[in-house]
Structures are given as structure tokens and as C-alpha cells.
Design a protein around this ligand. Structure first.
Ligand code: NDP
Length: 274
């Protein structure tokens, strides 16, 4: 079975560099997909309260028989649950649905600047970390200004920043910010939901290596040091997306993909989404 490399976070916790996402997978189908992923060798699963499929994820984890210590489970605090007390309640609800007694990574899903509650939410997350109920804490969709404000006013620095990131949206400013502050970059929609897979730069490289465009894109992420969580409900793609550790992109190939950056967003802009 494939050995997936890990990234050591700023608190010493190790996260698999390649995991499995379940956005838009209906709860009733989630256990089947997550079971296929675990069977293929994935050990890190990325869900969120708003996806409505934490129960399905939990069912697959329980059925897998895989030791809890080998699994890495991420979920996210939804916008409507921001604020100190609401965060504590939402965390308990997520954990109950997942059937777990602790979480590996808990993320604030969006900064929702108009609500202005992420500092309060983070205080609650700091307590959950101190209580040993979360191994690592992070944020998602935070822009540099949101991250800076969080760093300036908190004891605990985020371990992970999960952002939309793929060849069409390369996020060089945010990636540099993360590097400067010891925060690991995790790419959501790492395949741009499929919309970069026909790019000529990518298909040319794929043909050269005898790999698929998706494998080339995932390889590009891994070589940049990004953590990736591709989603698929298709068993052959679930396995394909894991088969990315037997080839290397050259410097010229990395440069060719860098040139396809074009401000392509599959999701909302974090400054405007509340
Ligand atoms: P991805 O970039 O992972 O793309 C998923 C799409 O690509 C699906 O349509 C899938 O099809 C297709 N696909 C997967 N593998 C292949 C392949 N090998 N060849 C061709 N097509 C392929 O998109 P997501 O938006 O799902 O992002 C991944 C994860 O990131 C999410 O599942 C979620 O966990 C997280 N996320 C987080 C967000 C946040 O705000 N923090 C926002 C969005 C996502 P099919 O399933 O039919 O096989």
C-alpha cells in the first residue's frame, strides 16, 4: 500500500500530505466513498459541519477497523456557529456525529468578516486544544489581514490554513504569508473541481509522464509542499489520486504550470462571503 508522506505542523502534530475530501457528497453515500478511500490507503479525511455528512464519515471510520491513532480527521466550524459558546456547542455536535472523542484538526470554515466573531470562535478553539479535544487547530479561507489579526490577538497560532488553491489560483501572497509564520498550507479544490484538467500545459506534461492530468496537478501541489485533499466519489479516481508518488515534475514543468495562474475561483471570495 502507498506510504503517504506527512507534514509536521508547528505544534509537532503530523498530518498526511494527501487526504480525502467529501464536499458535496450526500450523507447516505459518504460512508461508501470514505470506505473506498480508506481501503485505497488514505488516512486523512476532510469534512465540515455544513457538508451534512459527518455521520457518514463516522460510520466509515468505525467500520474500517483502522486504529484511531492512524486516522487524521478534520472538520470545520460553520459560519452560523461562530462565537465562543456556539463554537463549543458546534464542536460537541460534530464530534458526536463523527463518533469520535477527539479531533485531529478543527478549522474555522470562513472568516465571515461582517460577523466579526472569529476571534471569539478562536478563543473557544484554544480552550478545546488546551482540554486535549483537538490535536491541531486552524482556519480556512482567511486572507492575510484576517490571519494577521488572529496572530496579533491570540495565544495560539493556527497550525493549518486551508484555502482554495490550484494551478488556476496559485495564491502566492497567502503561501508566502504562511511560510513566514510557520503555518502549513492546505489546498481545497486542489483540482479546481476539474476545471484545470484540460489545460494544455497540464495535459502535455501528463502525456509525457504517462500520468493523468489530475495526477500531474496533485504532484505539482506535493512538490510545492501543499497538503491536498482531492475529492472523488469514483473508485478508480480515488485510487488514481493516491498514485502520485512514483514520478517527479521537472523544474521546467513546475514553471510551465506556474504560468497557468489566472485568478480562477471555484468558490466565493473570502472577503465577501458572510
Ligand atoms: P476537487 O478539486 O477535489 O475536485 C473534485 C472534482 O474533480 C469532482 O467533480 C471529481 O469527480 C473530480 N475528480 C476527482 N478526481 C479526478 C480525477 N482523477 N480525474 C478527473 N476528475 C477527477 O474539488 P472539491 O471542491 O471537492 O475540493 C476538495 C475538498 O476540499 C472538498 O471535498 C472539501 O473537503 C474541501 N473543500 C473545502 C472548502 C473550504 O471552504 N474550506 C471549500 C471546498 C472544498 P467525481 O467525484 O465525480 O469522481
Amino acid at each position: 500500500m502507498t506510504t503517504i508522506p506527512t507534514v509536521k505542523l508547528n505544534n509537532g502534530v503530523e498530518i498526511p500530505q494527501l487526504g480525502f475530501g467529501v464536499f458535496q457528497v450526500p450523507d447516505g453515500e459518504t460512508a461508501t466513498s470514505v470506505s473506498a478511500a480508506l481501503e485505497a490507503g488514505y488516512r486523512s479525511i476532510d469534512t465540515a459541519a455544513i457538508y451534512g455528512n459527518e455521520t457518514g464519515v463516522g460510520r466509515a471510520l468505525a467500520a474500517s477497523g483502522i486504529a484511531r491513532a492512524e486516522l487524521f480527521v478534520t472538520t470545520k466550524l460553520w459560519n452560523a456557529d461562530q462565537g465562543y459558546d456556539a463554537t463549543l456547542r458546534a464542536f460537541d455536535a460534530s464530534l458526536a456525529k463523527l463518533g469520535l472523542d477527539h479531533l485531529d484538526l478543527y478549522l474555522i470554515h470562513w472568516p465571515t468578516p461582517a460577523r466579526d466573531l472569529y476571534l471569539d470562535s478562536w478563543k473557544a478553539i484554544e480552550k478545546l486544544v488546551a482540554d486535549g479535544r483537538i490535536r491541531a487547530a486552524g482556519v480556512s479561507n482567511f486572507q492575510p489581514a484576517h490571519l494577521q489579526r488572529l496572530l496579533d490577538s491570540s495565544e495560539l497560532a493556527p497550525a493549518v490554513s486551508q484555502i482554495e488553491l490550484h494551478p488556476g489560483l496559485q495564491q502566492s501572497e497567502l503561501r508566502a504569508f504562511h511560510t513566514d509564520h510557520g503555518i502549513a498550507t492546505e489546498a481545497w479544490s486542489p483540482l479546481a473541481q476539474g476545471s484545470v484538467l484540460k489545460d494544455e500545459a497540464i495535459t502535455t506534461i501528463a502525456d509525457r509522464h504517462g500520468k493523468s492530468p489530475a495526477q500531474v496537478v496533485l504532484r505539482w501541489h506535493l512538490q510545492l509542499g501543499n497538503i491536498v485533499i482531492p475529492k472523488s466519489v469514483t473508485p478508480v479516481r480515488i485510487r488514481e489520486n493516491l498514485d502520485v508518488f512514483d514520478f517527479t515534475l521537472t523544474g521546467d514543468e513546475m514553471t510551465a504550470i506556474a504560468a497557468t495562474d489566472r485568478d480562477l475561483r471555484t468558490g466565493p471570495h473570502p472577503d465577501q462571503f458572510n
